[in-house]
Design a protein around this ligand. Structure first.
Ligand code: ADP
Length: 320
């Protein structure tokens, strides 16, 4: 394993990171991260994808200096988090999961206080510029409690940006957020990305990761089970589904062995196959031999959900 490659090319470089939470009387120690390697390129929109309990927040909290890792090395924007904690923390802005803000301040005040916490000198503060970038300029002097849910979320992003970090980390940013608001949020985040900010987001929404991220790491039970460009990850799955609309309604899925057909709720047959091994024409011969006329055909590509299921299934089997 490479111990000391040049971390400065990466926004985040993590090697062999392990985290064991100490146990209590009631619960045994928990190995939340099992020695993961994760290299997040500068300028990317990087998705950290995994089910609940996979270890995503633990990793983010290590980056933020909120959780102490048990083993391994991490650098943020080239700064080792142990040797240069101040610089590494300054390179990252973290948008927390929960909206937990003092409702008696105005957005302007909230940003000024945050800038103070980060030691940003008054002359270097960009309060109005940030509020403007996040569509909150006209609410600068309103009380936070008067803001809509969406505005509060944007204010959280604004707060994470006061010290102009080159990396913005969003921890489950859209959990429980409606679609409209989600879209709006992503517009702002993508603008920041276009301005050069590296974006890291944790999510358990496959669709979100697939749509937004150019690279995705899948974390499962404390291990990184995949880390690749999104398209490659999806292409790596040798699976498609042939969808057949029968001429006449059918009551049950026919036996097409070796293929397995399923009858969908809208009366179509879904037949999964491996494009590298099977030809559609051959599957259709089976359909025809079963006495089913074909009215229409389509194929569905595998998506991230399939990749995810496949990978997590494999590792679950391996560790079982
Ligand atoms: P995720 O963010 O992917 O949902 P977490 O990093 O929160 O996952 O949790 C990973 C594992 O570590 C889970 O099994 C969780 O119960 C455990 N864990 C998280 N925080 C603590 C803690 N402070 N003490 C003990 N166990 C923890």
């Amino acid at each position: 394993m490479s111990q000391n490659p040049d971390s400065s090319d990466y926004a985040i470089a993590a090697r062999g990171v392990r985290k064991i939470y100490a146990g209590t009387k009631k619960s045994p120690p928990k190995e939340a991260l099992r020695g993961i390697d994760l290299m997040i390129p500068r300028g990317s929109i990087f998705g950290l994808l995994g089910p609940n309990g996979a270890g995503k927040s633990t990793f983010i909290n290590i980056l933020a200096g909120l959780v102490r890792k048990s083993e391994g090395a991490v650098s943020v924007w080239g700064f080792d988090i142990d040797k240069n904690p101040r610089q590494s923390r300054a390179a990252i802005g973290i948008v927390p999961q929960e909206i937990n803000m003092d409702v008696f301040f105005t957005p302007k005040e909230a940003l000024e206080i945050q800038a103070g916490l980060y030691g940003v000198a008054r002359k270097n503060r960009r309060t109005m510029e940030i509020l403007d970038a996040l569509g909150l300029a006209d609410k600068a002097d309103a009380y936070v409690r008067q803001l809509s849910g969406g505005m509060k979320r944007r204010l959280l992003i604004a707060k994470a940006m006061v010290h102009s970090p080159p990396i913005l980390v969003l921890d489950e940013p859209t959990a429980g957020v409606d679609i409209e608001l989600r879209k709006q949020m992503w517009e702002y985040v993508l603008e920041l990305h276009e301005a050069g900010v590296t974006i890291v987001l944790t999510t358990h929404y496959l669709e979100e990761a697939q749509e937004l991220c150019d690279q995705i790491a899948i974390i499962h039970e404390g291990d990184v089970v995949a880390c690749e460009p999104t398209e490659k990850l999806i292409a790596s799955l040798d699976r498609k589904t042939l969808m057949v609309t029968p001429v006449a309604e059918i009551a049950a899925a026919p036996d097409l062995s070796p293929y397995q057909a399923e009858l969908t709720a809208d009366g179509r047959l879904a037949i999964p196959y491996q494009p590298s091994k099977a030809q559609v024409a051959e599957i259709l011969e089976h359909v025809s031999a079963a006495g089913i006329g074909v009215k229409d055909l389509s194929t569905d590509e595998a998506d991230l959900e399939d990749v995810f299921l496949e990978l997590t299934y494999k590792t679950t089997k391996k560790t079982a």
